[in-house]
Design a protein around this ligand. Structure first.
Ligand code: PMP
Length: 346
């Protein structure tokens, strides 16, 4: 009797990215369960801190650099120069490192040492400028970046506020990911605006793709710090970082949002603490701000509605601020999440 032999199982291909650039994008959606008490709609968040550089900005960094390469503005031996100390710097530093470019970032002196240390860890060089000079001055943050771009041979300044590759990266990746992952059922998307790239690109894609849908096009809701120009403010200061502007910028297309909701610092920061304590999401203040705006809009929605809120970055960069009780106390912000009753949107 011949022995029954089973066919050898085909070898599975190994699963890995060629390098860390292959890990940018395709971030997951997760449902909020605790802070959404009393809300009938499905509220999902898109977790951008799972990008390799820890924020949504990896997406624009990759596209800005690759578009510059295609246009011949950046070639081997080139240098990327940008006035940034935040998430865009991290994205540009990691993309540039893997592609073999030098990076020089210009940061104002008010930027904390820890943020600079992150950039130098990736191999970037930092030029520090005084905060106390006018923005038009040659010695300002922008002035110095422009001078370095002129003086360093082969230098290229992506300029995230004006570079069309920034909204384009979201039109090509963030928007389609939300559309596919919700099986075309997304009804509302909530996005904070800083440079405007995320809301313009993601919102434009989702509106276009859903324009003829029976249930109507996706509604785009902007989440803005109270005081910022996008929600009718004068540019007065606020604590939430990364969102809001004191001037209109090219990459923010005001035709994309159907509505912009202004959120106070106290609400945004309390919600940021709640997301960490109740949802297991250690995210930054602009994420808390977007969730407040989202929940405020979701109050009026029904069980068939599907809202997606973009959470731009991780809370790790804010441990000394939002997640530090004395820092919150000194500024009069409530953080005792157990006692936080949020009647305005509950
Ligand atoms: N949140 C954080 C923490 C950010 O760094 C940024 C980028 N400035 C944003 C939100 C807003 O994204 P965008 O610039 O695409 O409008």
């Amino acid at each position: 009797m011949t022995e029954q032999t089973s066919a050898p199982t085909p070898a599975q291909p190994m699963q890995y990215a060629e390098n860390v650039l292959g890990l940018i994008g395709r971030t997951p959606l997760v449902k909020l369960n605790s802070v959404t008490e009393g809300i009938e709609a499905t509220v999902l968040v898109k977790v951008e801190y799972l990008n390799p550089g820890g924020s949504v900005k990896d997406r624009i960094a990759l596209k800005m650099i690759e578009d510059a390469e295609k246009a011949g503005k950046l070639a081997p031996g080139g240098t990327v120069v940008e006035p940034t100390s935040g998430n865009t710097g991290v994205g540009l530093a990691l993309v540039s490192q893997l592609k073999g470019y030098r990076t020089v970032f210009v940061t104002p002196d008010k930027v904390g040492q820890e943020k600079r240390d992150v950039l130098t860890a990736y191999g970037a060089e930092i030029v520090v400028t005084p905060t106390s000079v006018a923005p038009e001055s040659e010695e300002s943050y922008y002035g110095v970046a422009n001078r370095l771009e002129r003086d360093i041979p082969g230098a290229y300044q992506p300029n995230q506020f004006f570079n069309p590759a920034a909204p384009a990266s979201h039109y090509e990746t963030t928007g389609p990911e939300i559309w596919e992952d919700t099986a075309h059922r997304v009804t509302h998307v909530v996005i904070g605006a800083g440079t405007g790239g995320t809301i313009t690109g993601t919102g434009r894609y989702l509106k276009e793709v859903s324009v003829d849908r029976e249930s109507g096009p996706v509604r785009v809701i902007g989440a803005d710090p109270s005081g910022s120009v996008y929600s009718g403010g004068t540019g007065r200061p606020y604590f939430v970082e990364g969102v809001g502007e004191d001037m209109w910028v090219d990459n923010y297309d005001p035709a994309v949002p159907d509505q912009v909701i202004a959120v106070e610092d106290a609400e945004a920061l309390a919600m940021t603490r709640r997301l960490a304590a109740e949802e297991g999401l250690l995210v930054g203040g602009s994420s808390g701000l977007a969730v407040v705006a989202g929940l405020r809009a979701a109050r009026d929605l029904g069980p068939e509605d599907v809202m997606v809120i973009v959470l731009p970055d991780s809370g790790r960069g804010y441990l000394a601020k939002i997640f530090n009780d004395p820092w919150m106390d000194e500024r009069g912000f409530d953080y005792d999440v157990q006692d936080t009753v949020l009647p305005e949107w509950a």
